[in-house]
Each structure stands twice: as structure tokens, then as C-alpha cells.
Design a protein around this ligand. Structure first.
Ligand code: GDP
Length: 290
């Protein structure tokens, strides 16, 4: 789904999420484990404020595990509770409920002390498009799809999905806009399929992807396309090599660059070459110094 985000849309999205937040005890902030920084909404902290939060790094199956571990520690030092999941295959989902219990424990203790009756923890999912919000809701809902009725006081009919005995999840996720100011972030969002339209030039995305692979995983790159390029080979020569190797040519034997670009992006998006994390912790340290 391609959404053009205009200021009016952003304000509306923020308003809606703010309304939903009033109904819940905990927020699940969903990010793509391949780009745990780039796939976060730029105003997320201002929107969620101090509501207990669990950061769910989704699509763990597609990310580089070593890098993911570093991001987990990073989120911990930021005071969030990170959980690594794969919504598509339903991996680690029991951790989601556990994390919700942990971050809301204090609140529920206080409620108990006041003599309030125990109830399920109420949660909602928030994130930019394509990080896997619907997939996760469907996965969690499958366990027990019993819905507990409409919420009074909200215009949109929101329903609660029961997840096990201890958790209730809003059936509509909060959709927030992605970061767009930064060119590199845009390329990473496109490379992972978070942005599918042409906000970023596809040529630029493919160049970014190829240069990333040349630097980080040259052997696999060469093997995958059956080519033999070096770390410093200019991208156009890499494109030529891939075009030749895959027979992507136009009439007159010219390389069909458009097809080469599409192939590279498709291969990276679909994890055909390898598992990559495109955001690195060091990148945050650099931007802090600037
Ligand atoms: P939403 O826009 O945030 O609701 O994202 P969707 O739930 O529509 O998911 C976007 C794409 O990511 C779909 O093609 C999903 O199948 C895929 N997806 C979601 N979660 C995972 C995951 O954990 N692993 C993998 N490999 N793909 C996922």
C-alpha cells in the first residue's frame, strides 16, 4: 500500500493514535529488524510519551542476527523493552505477552492495592506502513479470535482481540508516517519494501544496495550473480557484470539497466542474496557527534 503523507494526513494519524493510546496500558512499537532506526516514526517519542512501551523488532528472520543483538542492547539502554519476533512464521510471540506483563506490572500492582478488580492488559500496535502490523495482529488473533465488543467513546468501531488470558489487543493498529528527510533512510526503506512507490529513485536504491554488498558481503554478491567484481569496482561496472551474467540486454546487445535495477532491489527485498541489517549502531554515534 503506497500512502502519500501530507501534513494533514500526519496530523490525523497522530490524532488517531493519541485517541487510541487513551484506551491502552501498553504500546507495541513495531519496527523492521533490518532497519531498527530507519523504520521508526520520527515523532514516536512525542506521540507515545511515557506510556509503557515494548519495541518489537519484527522480520527477525530477514535480519543479521549479530547486528540485531546490538540493536536489542541499544533499545534496552534507552529504557525500552525490546523483543525480537517473526510475525510471518509466528516466532517468539509468547515473548510479546510476557513483555507486556513486565512493563505494566507496576501499574497493575497499584490497581490491585487500590482494590480494583484484575483485568486483562490492554495493548495496541503502532508503526509505519509495511513493518508487519496486520500480520502480527492476525497471528496473535489466531490463538483465540474472541472479540469482546465495541469500545464506547470512540468514533471508529474498535474491537479488542483476546490474546491468551492476560492480554487484549486493539484490532486496528496505529499507522504513523515514516522518516523522509534523510535520503539514506529513504533508500533503506525502499530496499526493505517499506516504501514501494517512487519517492526515492529506484536507480539510487539499487546503487545503495550494491555498494552496501560490495562493502559488507562481496563474496556472496559475486557468488549470487556469478560475477567477479571488487570492493571498489564502480557500480556501473557491477550493473554491467550482473546484466551480462543474467542476460539482461536490450536490442543491440546493450545492458538493460532498468531490469538490472529491478532485479537487484527484488533480490535484496526478498532476502535472495542474504540476511542484512542496513542500520548500524555506529551510525547513531556519528550523528550524535554532528
Ligand atoms: P503493515 O502495513 O504494517 O500492516 O504490514 P503487513 O502486515 O501488511 O506486512 C508487510 C509485508 O511484510 C507482508 O508481505 C508480510 O508478509 C511481511 N511480513 C510481516 N511480518 C514478517 C516477518 O516477521 N517476516 C517476514 N519475512 N515477513 C514479514
Amino acid at each position: 500500500m503506497a500512502i502519500q503523507w501530507f501534513p494533514g494526513h500526519m496530523a490525523k494519524a497522530r490524532r488517531e493514535v493519541t485517541e487510541q493510546l487513551k484506551l491502552v496500558d501498553v504500546v507495541f512499537e513495531l519496527v523492521d529488524a533490518r532497519i531498527p532506526y530507519s523504520s521508526r516514526n520520527p515523532m514516536i517519542d512525542e506521540v507515545i510519551k511515557d506510556k509503557p512501551r515494548v519495541v518489537l523488532l519484527n522480520k527477525m528472520d530477514m535480519a543479521n542476527l549479530n547486528e540485531t543483538k546490538k540493536w536489542m542492547s541499544f533499545f534496552e539502554t534507552q529504557g525500552f523493552y525490546p523483543v525480537l519476533i517473526d510475525s510471518k512464521n509466528g516466532k517468539n510471540l509468547s515473548q510479546v505477552t510476557k513483555a507486556a506483563e513486565i512493563v505494566t506490572r507496576e501499574k497493575f500492582e497499584r490497581m490491585k492495592q487500590k482494590g480494583l478488580r484484575p483485568r486483562a492488559i490492554r495493548a495496541m500496535i503502532v508503526g509505519i506502513p509495511n513493518v508487519g502490523k496486520s500480520t502480527l495482529i492476525n497471528r496473535l488473533a489466531k490463538k483465540s479470535i474472541a472479540k469482546t465488543g465495541n469500545m464506547p467513546g470512540v468514533t471508529k468501531k474498535q474491537q479488542w482481540i483476546k490474546v491468551g488470558k492476560t492480554l487484549e489487543l486493539l484490532d486496528t493498529p496505529g499507522i504513523l508516517w515514516p522518516k523522509f528527510e534523510d535520503q539514506t533512510v529513504g533508500k533503506k526503506l525502499s530496499l526493505t519494501g517499506a516504501i514501494k512507490d517512487s519517492i526515492v529513485h529506484l536507480d539510487e536504491v539499487a546503487i545503495y544496495g550494491i555498494e552496501y554488498l560490495q562493502l559488507r558481503d562481496l563474496t556472496t554478491l559475486n557468488k549470487h550473480y556469478n560475477i567477479n567484481v571488487g570492493q571498489d569496482t564502480p557500480y556501473i561496472e557491477v550493473f554491467d557484470a550482473i546484466g551480462k551474467s543474467r542476460g539482461l540486454k536490450l536490442k543491440g546487445n546493450e545492458i538493460d539497466y532498468e531490469s538490472v535495477v529491478e532485479l537487484i532491489i527484488r533480490d535484496i527485498r526478498n532476502e535472495k542474496i542474504g540476511k542484512y541489517t542496513f542500520d548500524h549502531i555506529s551510525m547513531l554515534e556519528v550523528s550524535d557527534e554532528e
